[in-house]
Design a protein around this ligand. Structure first.
Ligand code: NAP
Length: 266
């Protein structure tokens, strides 16, 4: 059995991950951390009777005491970098869904993991369909390099644009090289009207509304035609097969990998 702890366990994703690990058959949920809800028996969060696993609020202390195989992280952009460093220094594999780390921070985490030989995964999106969307969009960019991205999420998401949108834009940029799109000079009557500008002029537009979960459209424009590649996560369960796969795969890695796609398609 893989021994797993969940950080951010009191949050929306953390609860869903605890349920998935609890029901997995090959993993044991051994601990739960969150800055909120300390003292709660996690049974009340995952809809089972008393489990004896009590929410705690000190990640490092738990890692040193329980020595889990994997620490899953669905916390917040402000703390995720430090959480990764703490896990790696404690020799525990981080499997991270929290978005919002800068590319510099991700690289530092990867470097440290390589130095200390600790495997792990940072995945901006665990939904298999979303990874296929990025793969298909990357292929489409070879033939239709003019593209804009619209990502849509629930209104409690604090970072923008989404990690998935950034990952999509990065993959497209890699594919189309130095291509520059759009007018060199444009003006906005309302600041931000054209969205955020990624490398090569790829515009990313972020929508935040109640009722949404996680959605993205990648729109390609060509002469007299458009192509839209769209993915919708309609609930948080959509991420769970990918999270469980990520936990299992992390056990065989010797450094942190960025993107579940690297473990699925490469
Ligand atoms: P959420 O409901 O706000 O949950 C985050 C939890 O982390 C909260 O309970 C929060 O407690 C807790 N937390 C904050 N600081 C902490 C700390 N220092 N130590 C431990 N716990 C801490 O958010 P969510 O909707 O679950 O999303 C979590 C993250 O996952 C976001 O970054 C989101 O973008 C990302 N996400 C990724 C995927 C993917 O596939 N990779 C899918 C969905 C979401 P407080 O309330 O006290 O702050």
């Amino acid at each position: 059995m893989l021994r797993v702890i969940v950080n951010g366990a009191y949050g929306r994703m953390g609860c869903e991950v605890m349920k998935a690990v609890w029901n997995s058959g090959d993993m044991e949920l051994v601990g739960a951390v969150d800055s909120a809800g300390t003292g709660t028996d996690i049974g009340t969060l995952i809809g089972v009777a008393h489990t004896g696993i009590i929410l705690e609020n000190n990640l490092e202390e738990m890692l040193r005491r329980l020595r889990p195989d994997v620490a899953v992280d669905f916390t917040t952009p402000h703390v995720v970098y430090q959480n990764c460093i703490t896990c790696i220094k404690c020799g525990v594999r981080p499997v991270v869904g929290t978005t919002g780390m800068s590319s510099g921070q991700i690289q530092e985490v990867i470097n440290l993991s390589q130095e200390l030989g600790v495997g792990g995964l940072i995945a901006p999106n665990f939904a298999i369909g979303a990874l296929l969307m990025i793969k298909f969009a990357t292929e489409a960019a070879r033939h239709m390099p003019n593209v804009e991205i619209i990502e849509l999420h629930h209104d409690q998401k604090i970072d923008a644009p989404s990690g998935t949108a950034i990952k999509t834009a990065e993959a497209i940029c890699e594919q189309r090289g130095d291509f520059q799109q759009g007018l060199a000079t444009q003006f906005e009557n309302i600041t931000g009207a054209r969205g955020g500008k990624f490398n090569g002029g790829i515009r990313i537009h972020s929508v935040r509304l109640p009722g949404l979960v996680a959605h993205q459209e990648v729109i390609f424009g060509g002469l007299g035609q458009t192509l839209t590649i769209k993915h919708d996560s309609i609930n948080r369960e959509s991420f769970m097969p990918g999270v469980l796969l990520g936990i299992r795969k992390a056990m065989h890695l010797e450094r942190v990998v960025y993107g579940l796609d690297k473990l699925l398609f490469d």
